[in-house]
Design a protein. Structure first.
Length: 305
């Protein structure tokens, strides 16, 4: 049974708490539906990294993302880098993270929804915790309520607490570095994941002042996970490859503003630019009135064999 509690707050921002025998999950509807906390109850482990320098608060539309990077789990929609897409001036890291969503409690589910005012995409997420196991199910609907075709990026964005020798697990055949300025590697060419330059990119190094930014693709199934052998814990995303054919990985080992964390990012799009991805046929697109529905699942519990 899931218990849903309203009337709570973090830094004077309202949150809604979902709680099962396995998990405690806190959600901030007014901050784009950000999941601000995910705790596995038997170990009291907090899976999500957050920026201790920042309070939880809604940012104004058009705010720059990186200086206000709170961490935890955001979703990016309809873009990442600022760009002009289908006649719309799309802000840094999209509209969703600065949009206040409506919510309602429907039995044991939390339903969040809202319209992105610039691009006209309708966003809906139904969250449920499974009984008897550490799974969270997310049932989504994205609908184009504008009068024009919309090409877009939709990306999940989970910032993980990490420690040295943790692993990133993804069934990708290939990967590449998109930007050498955001990389501890020295080549933009594709490589066979996870080995690059005689090393393993899937093993978390100590805090050494570097960063990783990688596109993972040619996945055999929709999964990307963080595993900690030392803590005996796993956080895993499971997703439909027809919707999210790519998985991005951004990790800072002290090189991005002193942060030490890794972000798991199932994504509809590759590369960064929606316009470039659209030219390559590698982004999501909806005609006026069209919609996409999909389920994403998070596992957050003991490491499995």
């Amino acid at each position: 049974m899931t218990r849903i509690t309203e009337g709570l707050s973090v830094d004077q921002t309202a949150i809604v708490r979902l709680e099962s025998e396995w998990l405690q999950v806190d959600v901030a509807p007014s901050v784009g539906g950000r999941i601000v906390s995910l705790v596995e109850k038997s170990s009291s482990h907090q899976f999500l990294w957050r920026n201790a320098r920042l309070n939880l608060e809604k940012m104004e539309p058009g705010t720059e993302y990186d200086p206000n990077f709170y961490g935890a789990i955001d979703e990016l929609l309809p873009n990442d880098i600022p760009e002009f897409i289908n006649g719309v001036d799309s802000p840094d890291h999209g509209e969703l993270w600065t949009t206040a969503l409506d919510y309602q409690v429907d039995g044991e589910a939390l339903v969040l929804s809202g319209i992105l005012p610039l691009c006209g995409l309708w966003y809906e997420r139904r969250m449920t915790l499974r009984a008897g196991c550490p799974y969270i199910d997310f049932d989504y609907r994205i609908e184009n309520r504008s009068d024009e075709r919309r090409e877009f990026l939709w990306k999940l964005h989970a910032a993980m607490n990490i420690q040295p020798w943790d692993r990133i697990v993804c069934p990708a055949h290939a990967a590449r570095v998109p930007d050498l300025e955001w990389s501890r590697w020295h080549s933009l060419g594709p490589f066979a994941w996870p080995e690059i330059e005689g090393q393993r990119a899937d093993v978390i190094p100590p805090e050494e002042g570097t960063v990783d930014f990688l596109f993972l693709y040619d996945l055999t199934n929709g999964q990307i996970a963080w595993e900690s052998p030392d803590r005996n814990l796993t956080f895993a995303y499971y997703f439909d490859l027809d919707v999210f054919p790519y998985a991005w990985l951004f990790a800072s080992y002290g090189g991005f503003d002193g942060h030490y964390m890794a972000i798991l990012e199932p994504c509809t799009t590759m590369p960064l630019s929606v316009n470039e991805a659209a030219r390559l046929g590698q982004c999501s697109a909806l005609e006026s009135g069209q919609s996409v529905e999909t389920r994403v699942t998070i596992y957050a519990g003991p490491k499995r064999d």
